[in-house]
Design a protein around this ligand. Structure first.
Ligand SMILES: C[S@@+](CC[C@H](N)C(=O)[O-])C[C@H]1O[C@@H](n2cnc3c(N)ncnc32)[C@H](O)[C@@H]1O
Length: 261
C-alpha cells in the first residue's frame, strides 16, 4: 500500500477550497453556458427532467449530443476520469446510477464495452433511453447484483480492464432500501471485484460506521459485523487482491486507485 496513513480523515478546508476554485475556473470555461442553456428539442427537454434528481452529484444534461455535467458532477468527473487508463479497453461501473461515467468511458476510442450495473431499474431505463438517443453502440446497462456478474464474468462481457465503484460499496456491504442483497464481508466483495477486474479498480465509498447514510446506519450498528466495517480492515483485505494507492478525496471520502495483483 502507498500513502495511506489514515484514509478515514476528511480533507482539510483549505484543500477543498483550492480544489473548488480550480474546478470552478475550468467549469466556467468549458460547460457553464451549455448547462444553463435551454433544451433545443422535446427529447432534450424530456431527458433534462429524467437526468436530474437524487443523487445530486450525478446530474447532467444533453446538449447537441454531448453530455454536460452539473458543476458538482464536473468536479467529481475530473478526479475520477484522471484515473482512467489512456487506452481504455473495457469498463464496468458497479452502481452506475444514470450512467454518466459509463458514457465517459465509452468515448475512449479503444473501448469495446462500457457496462453499467445497478439494482434500481429507473436509473437503468433512463441510461438505456439515452443510449438510444445518442446511438452509442459500445454501452450497455444491466439490472444485476455484483455476484451475478462476478459468477458469469464472461457472459457479461468481462473481465473488464477497468472496474469502478463509487459511492456504492457501503450498500454492497450492508444492503439498502433499493436492494436488501448484502454481503456483510469485505473479502467476499473484494474477491468478486478482483475476479471481474483485469487491471484496475477505481474506488470511493464511505468506509467508517459514523459516515454511513442514515438508511443503513442503524441496521449496520446492530449487526455482528459492525466492528469489521472500517477503513483499516477494508485496506487490510483489499491488499490481498490489489496494490492500493490513495489518490485524493471525492467529496469527503477517499478516492483509491487499486491495481490488481
Ligand atoms: C450514491 S449512488 C452513487 C452513484 C454513482 N456511482 C456515482 O458515483 O455518481 C449509489 C448507487 O448505488 C446503487 N445501490 C443502492 N443500493 C444498492 C445495493 N444494495 N447494491 C448495489 N447497488 C446499490 C444505487 O442505485 C445508486 O446508483
Amino acid at each position: 500500500m502507498e500513502k495511506i496513513d489514515d484514509i478515514s480523515k476528511k480533507p482539510g478546508a483549505l484543500h477543498r477550497l483550492s480544489e473548488s476554485i480550480v474546478n470552478l475556473g475550468g467549469y466556467y470555461r468549458s460547460y457553464s453556458a451549455d448547462f444553463k442553456s435551454a433544451p433545443t428539442s422535446d427529447e432534450e427537454r424530456e431527458l433534462d427532467s429524467l437526468l436530474a434528481g437524487y443523487p445530486r452529484n450525478h446530474d447532467y444534461r444533453i446538449r447537441d449530443g454531448k453530455l454536460i455535467p452539473s458543476y458538482r458532477l464536473y468536479c467529481r468527473e475530473r478526479l475520477v476520469t484522471a484515473l482512467f487508463p489512456k487506452d481504455m479497453e473495457s469498463f464496468l461501473d458497479i452502481g452506475c446510477c444514470r450512467g454518466y461515467y459509463v458514457y465517459k468511458a465509452s468515448e475512449k476510442p479503444q473501448c469495446r464495452l462500457a457496462l453499467g450495473i445497478d439494482v434500481f431499474e429507473p436509473f437503468l431505463s433512463i441510461s438505456r433511453q439515452l443510449k438510444d438517443f445518442l446511438g452509442r453502440e459500445n454501452v450497455a446497462f444491466k439490472m444485476a447484483a455484483l455476484d451475478e456478474v462476478g459468477e458469469d464474468a464472461v457472459g457479461y462481457g468481462g473481465p473488464f480492464q477497468t472496474v469502478m465503484t463509487i459511492g456504492t460499496y457501503h450498500y454492497l456491504f450492508w444492503g439498502s432500501s433499493r436492494s436488501d442483497k448484502a454481503f456483510f464481508d469485505h473479502r467476499r466483495i473484494l474477491a468478486l471485484l478482483a475476479g471481474l477486474c483485469g487491471e484496475r479498480l477505481i474506488f470511493s465509498a464511505r468506509l467508517e460506521m459514523d459516515r454511513l447514510p442514515e438508511e443503513i446506519a442503524a441496521k449496520a450498528e446492530a449487526h455482528e459485523k459492525a466492528d469489521t466495517y472500517n477503513s483499516a480492515e477494508f485496506l487490510r483485505v483489499a491488499s490481498e487482491f490489489f496494490k492500493v494507492r490513495e489518490v485524493g478525496f471525492l467529496g469527503a471520502y477517499p478516492l483509491l486507485l487499486m491495481i490488481k495483483k
